[in-house]
Structure formats: C-alpha cells, structure tokens
Ligand binder design. Sequence first.
Ligand code: ZN
Length: 296
Amino acid sequence: MPANASPPPDAVILSAALTGSWPTKEQNPALPITEAEIADSAIECRAAGAAIVHIHVRDASGKVTCDPARYDRVRSLIRGRGCDVVINMSTGGGAGQTSDEERMAPVALFPEIASFDCGSVNFGDRVFVNSPRFLAELAKRMTSDQVLPEIECFEVGHVQNALRLIDEGALSPPFWFQFVLGLRGGAPASVKQLTHFVDMLPAGAKWSVCAIGRAQLPLGVAAMAMGGHARTGLEDNLYYRKGELATSNAQLVARLARIATELNRPLATPEQARQMLGLPALTLSPPLGQLSTVSR
Ligand code: ZN
C-alpha cells in the first residue's frame, strides 16, 4: 500500500514523545538530548511505527530550552535524511522554567503541530501556569501560522477550557486532543477518567492518550481499544517494564505497534495521519532532496 493511501477508518496514530523537559541521561542513558540524538531517535521511531514525533530541545548543559534554532536543526536533520514523520514541537517550556514569550517561539517555525497546554495544573513540585491570556495569544498565533494545536489536557477542566476557546472561535476544527493522565497534580490514570474526558469532546474531535510512568502501557492499550490514539516515549516513561529501563524510544513504539496490530488497528503512516488531522501533505522537493509542506 502506498504511504499516501487514504487512511483506513480504524487506523491508529502512534506518537513518540522523545525527550521531554525533565528526564536526564543519568536516569536513562538512552534519552536523546542533542539535536543529532533527537533526530536519530525520531527516524528510528518512524521506522518502528510512529506517525508523529513530539519534540523538546535541550541546551548544551542538557537543560530544557525553547530555542527555535535548536528546534529548526532537529527538523532539518530529520527531513535531510528523507524522514516524513509528522513533527510536533513542544510549547511547554519545562513547566515554569521559561517565559510565555519564549514558549511561543517555536510556533514561528511553522511546525506541523505544536503542543497547546490547555490550562494550569500542579506539576510535580511546581505549578505549570497556562493563563487564559497566554492561551488566547497562543491560539491566535497558531491559527495565523496554520499550526495544528495538540490540545493537551491534564484534567477535565482543561477540556472545558478548550470548549470555551472553541465556542469563542479561538480554536477551530479539526481538533486533536492529547489527554495526559497520571501526572502528579493532574487526573489519575484510569479508564474511568479517560471515558470522562472522551465524553466531553466535541463531535469529530480526535484524541490520544499519554500516561505517565507505569500507566503508559495500559492506558495506551485502553485508548487503542476504545478507538483513540496513543503516545509513548521516554518523555513520559523511562522504563520498558518494572525495574528494566527502556533501551530506546523506538523500543516503546515497537511494543505499542505490535499491540495495535493484534487489536486490528492498522498503523497510520505519517501521510495518513496528516490526512486524518487535516494537515497539508508533505512533498519531496527534488533539487535539494529536502522535504517541505505544500501550502507554506
Ligand atoms: Zn512534551
């Protein structure tokens, strides 16, 4: 089947969250930190079945940064090797480690998707502030730059915030939600919580689940069984199983891909994911061997 064939109705979009803001190589040496490592990991995850990679970048000391030049380098490294994976850049900025303006900087790079953290929440020992003013400005910039918001909801009040923004016309379809479950400070990672989130969504919205730590696998499987989509990766969980560190992001993706196949959920290719999410197709520009989006 060609990679750009129409997606089957039951196709599942697997996302890989490669790095995150907080994990360290001391916790798991397989965590990609440099731009080259992040690009390598993205390409491996694509080969293992991921349609989307969710990216954070780090500075030379390994600390989270929103530096657009680093984001741009990661994207160039991925595309330069002919990899078509959908790229989702974080605007999270490490939950309180960066200013609102710094967090919005990656949007100006016109990523295909950027995260949109749809409300404030306690985040471990910190508070992750996403004020109404910040969300209104971020929605405005993402709309004008044609960046698809990945509406991240850490508790159901965040879905309510999204519904309000939709009502006000600040967010418009298609809608792509990511439910983050099991964060210390957010909604517990349970199927009961998940069904509550899903029940609140507007018609036609697509949704995915990422759950933290040991909840990552069971909630991902539950999401796929319910007809949703799933995210895995070292940002959310450093272990393959209890007491055993994951050896790579791709190892986690490959497990979810195997389970999806057993559940009769065909894996969406990146191009199929673009169709499902209303994103422009990606085309190869022959002279440079570079990939670029059609409409930008
Ligand atoms: Zn993230």
